[in-house]
Ligand binder design. Structure first.
Ligand code: MG
Length: 236
């Protein structure tokens, strides 16, 4: 009995204290700042790191450190491309009381330019569930509605594991997504079913940009969704 106890004690001491490499140090920065190992996509200075689909410089406005969607100019994409990543985005939807559902404050954050985490004014604004703010658009509704009212700043913390492909180029392991909206879990490690627009999976294993949507609708007109503090940390 005493011997068994001694073996148990020795094991609990040794097994729990095995040494290993120390975690890499990352300075988390002050509140509102990017961590020291983050790649900053928009710091508030200018939109020089962003382009439209044709490669031309982003026409969205930058005012007082804020990137503002200029409706009708088209989506913009970061010049940086990434695979798996932790992504931080802050956004604010405009006050558009004349409109409802998808016409109110619509934009979006596309991961690798392919998978849209919906941005929408979903504060007291019902729409189809998998099209509301925090949805992986058309695939998964958010677990809860954590929206703040329009014109207030909100945040997305996204953990994105990119799809993996076989040597033949087909997806062998789908990507996954976790999203916290204003610190509240809204997507819990969901499996990505495909691209938001339903296009071919042929490019699913290439790196891609962060893409911000200009949800142009001529019946709605200007939808000046605002963004700030955009960064990511590669998870490879
Ligand atoms: Mg959208």
């Amino acid at each position: 009995m005493i011997r068994s106890f001694s073996i148990l004690l020795a094991c609990s001491t040794l097994c729990c204290c095995q040494d290993g490499p120390q975690p890499r140090v990352v300075d988390p920065g002050k509140p509102g700042e990017a961590p020291s190992d983050a790649i900053v996509l928009f710091s508030g200075k200018d939109a020089s790191g962003w382009v439209h689909d044709d490669g031309s410089p982003a026409k969205w406005r930058v005012e007082n450190g804020i990137l503002i969607c200029k409706s009708g100019t088209g989506d913009i994409s970061s010049k940086h491309k990434f695979a798996s990543a932790q992504i931080h985005v802050e956004f604010s939807t405009p006050y558009m009381p004349k409109f409802k559902s998808q016409a109110r404050g619509n934009s979006g954050v596309f991961l690798q330019g392919r998978y849209e985490v919906q941005v929408l004014d979903s504060y007291q604004n019902p729409t189809y569930a998998n099209g509301s703010c925090g949805a992986l658009y058309s695939q998964y509704a958010p677990l809860v509605n954590a929206c703040r009212p329009p014109e207030q700043w909100q945040s997305y913390e996204i953990i994105f594991h990119a799809p993996k492909c076989s040597s033949g180029g087909k997806v062998s392991e789908p990507g996954t997504l976790t999203v916290l909206h204003n610190g509240v879990l809204v997507q819990d490690h969901v499996t990505i079913k495909g691209t938001t627009d339903g296009s071919s999976n042929a490019h699913d294993c290439e790196t891609g940009p962060l893409r911000l949507q200009d949800h142009w609708d001529s019946n709605v007109g200007d939808t000046p969704v605002r963004y700030r503090n955009i960064w990511y940390r590669p998870l490879d």
